[in-house]
Design a protein around this ligand. Sequence first.
Ligand code: PHE
Length: 444
Amino acid sequence: MTSTSRAQFSSKFGFIMAAAGSAVGLGNIWGFPTQAASNGGAVFLFVYIAMVCLLAFPMLVAELTIGRYGQSDPIGSIKAIWPKGKKGAVLLGLAAMLTASFILSFYAIVAGWLVGAFAGSAFEIVGLQKTAEWVNSFGLTRNLLLMVIFMLTTMHVVKNGVHDGIERWSTRLMPVLFLLFFVLIIYIFTQNGAMQGLEMYLVPNFAHFSPELFVSAMGQAFFSLSLGCGTIMVYGSYLSKDINIPKTAAQVAAIDTVVAIGAGLLILPAMFVAKEHGVQIFSEAGELLSSDTLVFTVLPAMFDTMGETGLVVSLIFFLLMVIAALTSSISMLEVPVASAIEAFKCKRTTAVLSIGGLITLIAAIIVFNFGALFGLVIKVTTVYGQPILGLFLALLVGWVWNRNKLLEEIKQGYPELETSLFWKIWPVYVRVVCPIFMLLVFFA
Ligand code: PHE
């Protein structure tokens, strides 16, 4: 495709909503609060914020810039800045594509649980108690069915393309999500027990300070900002040239971080509110029980405190959660789909059906071998895959890419770049500090 016929986000707002839509998802609402709750609350929060500012934001700028410069899928975009012998570029692009696909395969399972929680509230409202219980209880058929529903929805949106699919959904739905979130946080603070959760979240417990904490926080930051798997590069390739990349990236990172912090403000207090209501959250030894499903026990318990209204609020809340997950999952699927369209010159629909089908199959395999595969796939893709790919991309931008071309690319939307503080720091930072940082965290 030439750059003129390549799809584009139609406005800056549309792009920010789509990129924030990709960033804001289960990572913020499920991953972050769970990690914070099991890693000493405030200690995790502070390390996480440091990781976002010091590592994830500079990498967000780097990945957006590669994508916008390359005007292609991740393989093509990496090729565009690769010096000679493009095999390495293809390998790196493929690795990103695989990472995105495997992330989607576990993501769809968790998102399916959200679909279940949503459907559960709906069934309860119409009096189908038994069915409601079924969609809410962990089980093979239920996990499989819900995952497939979620995957089909994701495929449907991606099939409609960048503008009519991704951008349209993101701009409509993200603002509603933010609003409801805000209202729920206010509500939870009116409940007994909430302050205990707040204390755990905001008063640091340094006993949890450890090298692993840094690795987890780095993985979480990469995951939450959708880095190291091609997503941001693909979205960057749909970004118009007059947009100021550093500024836009800062806005996206800020939105994502605020939502994660907000989710912590909701979920940690809600844990203790649930505890007040007799839900067991911690084991005798004080360990968090079933961290994977934490939000799925804690949130319904919170809604129960609201009586009849709780059902409706729960319905709306889980619908929005599904949407948050959807605006992320579409960005993951877009990575292999864009590559297939570019490589095989096939139709979007064909690419979506075949690749989406394949990922659904992989997700089904995980569902059937849940105990063995679920945690493993999460760990391999998010704790190792994304940061390692991030490391390679930092090296590529810092050491390989011609500095003038890099400057020209960012300058198009940021004319005063050369004299800015950003340009004094960022290139050296991505070249030296980011790689060293990532290596240190890994080998700590
Ligand atoms: N950032 C998304 C979230 O927080 C997850 C994601 C990871 C999306 C990788 C795209 C790519 O839920």
